[in-house]
Design a protein around this ligand. Structure first.
Ligand code: BG6
Length: 460
């Protein structure tokens, strides 16, 4: 069977400034929370490798864009580093950063690759974190100023903007489960961070729409379908609560301009609602996106709790559900994540049936592999597992489109193996392998496969 995709389908890959640029404390850039955390606790990072050790896109951008072109990308996502563009968080703009981002955007456009630009990929400037980060409404305003500077400087050429990548991750990582700075564990503070993130998002969307720049603005969400262990009402309820907390707390404001009433009621009942200001309701309503980016890696398997929660324990999402290891599930043996290709189709179906079938695209999907630097006699990594992974997800994506979903493209995570937060280079994801010492890039077998798929706009 031939899997042919619609004309003008976006074939590309995604990356981010903090994971690729390098030059973390030079050329005018100030520290982010990652630079600070690495300074404080290098042992939290896999093999002690920190944010400065990257593919150095700051210097190698031209070579990398040539590679994107070679791999037949027609679109590419990266982000603009707030700490690089506005080192004090607000105020003066760093002209070296303006030059750098202008060169990158111009080169992408010149090569026929549409730049998709995201404004926040987990990389809070440290000066802003010192003022309370997303817990502080002033930081929200500063972010909106940063967004406006970006629209003003680059909006003539960038027509696809995103306010945030996976906004739930800094909430979970930084305020619930201790895998991001500032390593707080406190649900109420997490709820405030989540809420303020969506206020910041709405301010940026509203400002962008008011400019009438002829482009689109969206948000990138890691929509993790929550499947109940059984159709038993207790399991179904548990899965619904996980869905409310981790998906709908961002998806509903982004697509409907308001929070789900069930979520508001639940948080109110437990005294966990964040503080609101006059005008927030209208602001959230103005934050409805033009385009939704969907990151999909794995599903969430949920069951009801086996034991009663101790009411004296701190309030956590896990008061309402437990994770469940479904027998027989297919696993990525190299990363420990479940592989469930149909999840991508289920997300599209949910969007079509319950959210008015918005314009969307797959903004990340990919396979992390440990110890992947195994080259064959021709010097190539034979990553057939990654080809299978991408192709099998694309098949389900194709089915969603053929049933009417407005899914406009697919971006693999990621282009070149990149630095991945605390995991550093533990799991490699690229179509192109990176030798960190020599900075040499080598296209993997999957890169060649993707190149052909993009050229043919599909595969057999
Ligand atoms: C995505 C993030 O959730 O997962 C990326 O947007 C990240 O920034 C990717 O690198 C892979 O994560 P990990 O933990 O497997 O290296």
């Amino acid at each position: 069977m031939k899997y042919q995709f619609p004309d003008n389908f976006w074939w590309g890959s995604a990356s981010s400034a903090p994971q690729t640029e390098g030059e973390t404390l030079s050329f005018g850039k100030s520290a982010t929370i990652w630079d600070q955390w690495f300074k404080e606790q290098p042992t939290r990072f896999h093999n002690g490798v920190g944010p400065a050790d990257t593919s150095t896109f700051y210097k190698n951008w031209k070579q990398d864009i040539a590679l994107l072109k070679e791999l037949n990308h027609n679109t590419f996502r990266t982000s603009i580093s707030w700490a690089r563009l506005i080192p004090e968080g607000r105020g003066a703009v760093n002209q070296e950063a303006v030059t750098f981002y202008n060169q990158v955007i111009d080169e992408l456009v010149a090569q026929g690759i549409k730049p998709f630009i995201n404004l926040f990929h987990f990389d809070m400037p440290m000066v802003m974190q010192q003022q309370g980060g997303w817990e502080n409404r002033d930081v929200v305003t500063a972010y909106a100023e940063f967004a406006n500077v970006c629209f003003e400087l680059f909006g003539d050429r960038v027509k696809h903007w995103f306010t945030f990548n996976e906004p739930v991750v800094p909430v979970e990582g930084g305020y619930l489960y201790d895998f991001h700075y500032p390593n707080v564990v406190d649900f109420k503070r997490a709820a405030t961070v989540a809420y303020h993130t969506m206020i910041a998002h709405s301010l940026a969307v509203k400002a962008y729409h008011e400019r009438n720049d002829g482009g689109e603005i969206g948000i990138i969400l890691n929509l993790t379908p929550s499947y109940p262990r059984s159709q038993n009402p207790a399991d179904v309820k548990a899965a619904n609560i996980a869905d409310l907390m981790f998906n709908r707390s961002f998806l509903d404001p982004a697509l409907r301009g308001e929070y789900p009433q069930e979520l508001v009621a639940l948080l109110k009942e437990h005294g966990q609602l964040p503080a609101c200001q006059d005008g927030d309701k209208e602001l959230l309503a103005a934050g409805v996106v033009d385009l939704l980016g969907i990151n999909y890696y794995q599903p969430r398997r949920i069951k009801c709790r086996d034991s009663q929660v101790n009411p004296d324990s701190p309030f956590m999402p896990e008061w309402f559900f437990e994770s469940y290891e479904m027998p027989g599930r297919k696993m990525n043996p190299y990363r420990g994540w479940e592989i469930y290709e149909q999840g991508i189709y289920d997300i599209l179906t949910n969007l079509r049936e319950n959210y008015g079938n918005p314009n969307c695209y797959i903004s990340e999907n990919g396979m992390g592999v440990e110890n992947e630097q195994r080259f064959d006699e021709n010097g190539q990594i034979q990553d057939d597992y990654r080809i299978d992974f991408v192709r099998d997800h694309l098949k389900w994506l194709h089915k969603g489109i053929s049933e009417g979903s407005n899914c406009l493209g697919y971006h693999m995570w990621t282009f070149i193996d990149n630095w991945s937060w605390c995991n550093a280079y533990k799991n490699r994801y690229g179509f192109v392998s990176l030798n960190l010492e020599t900075q040499q890039r080598t296209i993997k077998k999957s890169g060649e496969w993707y190149k052909a798929t993009a050229a043919e706009n599909g595969f057999n």
